[in-house]
Design a protein around this ligand. Sequence first.
Ligand SMILES: NC(=O)c1ccc[n+]([C@@H]2O[C@H](COP(=O)([O-])OP(=O)(O)OC[C@H]3O[C@@H](n4cnc5c(N)ncnc54)[C@H](O)[C@@H]3O)[C@@H](O)[C@H]2O)c1
Length: 446
Amino acid sequence: MNNDASQKNSSRRDFVKQTSLLAGGLAAAPFLAKANYFSGADDTIKIALVGCGGRGTGAATQALSTSQNVKLVAMCDAFRDNLDNCYKSLTTDDADTGKPSAIKNRVDVPESRKFTGFDGYKKAIALADVVILATPPGFRPIHFEEAISQNKHVFMEKPVATDPAGIQKVLASAAIAKQKKLNVVVGLQRHYQNSYRELFKRKDMIGDITSMQAWWNNDGVWVRPRKEGQTEMEYQMRNWYYFVWLCGDHITEQHIHNLDVINWFKGGYPVKAQGMGGRQVRKGKENGEIFDHHYVEFQYADGSLLNSQCRHIPGTMSKVDELFIGTKGKIHCGAANITDPSGNVIYQFDKKNEPNPYQTEHDELFAAIAKGEYKFADAENGAKSSMTSILGRMATYSGQVVEWDKAINSGLDLHPKSYDWAAATPIVPNTDGYYPIAVPGVTKYA
Ligand SMILES: NC(=O)c1ccc[n+]([C@@H]2O[C@H](COP(=O)([O-])OP(=O)(O)OC[C@H]3O[C@@H](n4cnc5c(N)ncnc54)[C@H](O)[C@@H]3O)[C@@H](O)[C@H]2O)c1
């Protein structure tokens, strides 16, 4: 184990390297407890961004807005145009968004540290101390595995996988990250949002939670139309939201936020699910294979039920929220309050005390890393909440009761055999350009 004197002389590089060597946590804690380990001109925390789209750009902005000594040193995107747009956004002062010019000064990504294609992530990860993973979720398991094997701290977006095989991979990497004491934050930002944290602290005010409801109902998201000359792989990668291997369907891609809150407050994960869903409105060629609505009844170990609904249909009721019903009252997450059985508000969170949780998750992660602290191990929960959403999808696609244990151990792997622009995609359109859609009662869940 290092003593104080040798710690002072250790470089940040040594810290990163030794953190990984001290697997099992045997000697890591005292070493990591060294305060301000990354402070000083030579102790810049180097960041690599993998996935330079909307959220990657946002997450990089937030990481570079923390009060730590941080620098973006490498970027990777499957597509060069997306990388360029992101780089431009990070290095251009934007009066509209009020992005401070300080961010620009923290971007140090010359041409030699910009990577593209399917394998670029390995090179970008190698150059950093902390990796931001913000591609479509289908790639998260292999990117997370690589980051942990290269001994990096990680911020990764939700969901963390789209199929049970990916979930198992993330769980395995999460266990290794714990042994290596690598901080991992997952972008389930309600865990970093004050209203949710305060409600969670007071959840016993409603007694035992006997049932739950969760909603992600809104108009839906973008479509990226097919362009001439694209291979099928490129088209699916561009229009990724509509392909289950890449996105997981919207129950996984968005509704995970609400399902995760339910799991968090409930202190566990569902044991089984059954539900219904389909595509009523969003059914063009460009809408790939995903449903536009799902309604799932999840059952938890104590028998309590979660009724979950998610819908992407314009012109219908919009609602993104969670509700807990207990023996002594209710928790209304959106309203950020708790009511008694008569409906009287017995706790109200003041939303004036609500900093941007997207910023908070980076502030807290980078503060811990700068201090040499091991504080965040979000990957296991991220994987199990992702699995909750996948369980729901398996239930709605099949129309069957699907048990958690069978689903997570099903081995269902939706991914292509190889990643290449000319490679075969896991799903292909018919001669009219339409993709096969799951049919409840016919489709097998695995
Ligand atoms: N926490 C939140 O509230 C929140 C909000 C928005 C998005 N997200 C998540 O962030 C992730 C990205 O979403 P987005 O909205 O930024 O999508 P996006 O399409 O804007 O960006 C994804 C980027 O990843 C790139 N990419 C795809 N495959 C890649 C690969 N194999 N290697 C490198 N780059 C690759 C794409 O080219 C694209 O630039 C999703 O998982 C999404 O669920 C989270």
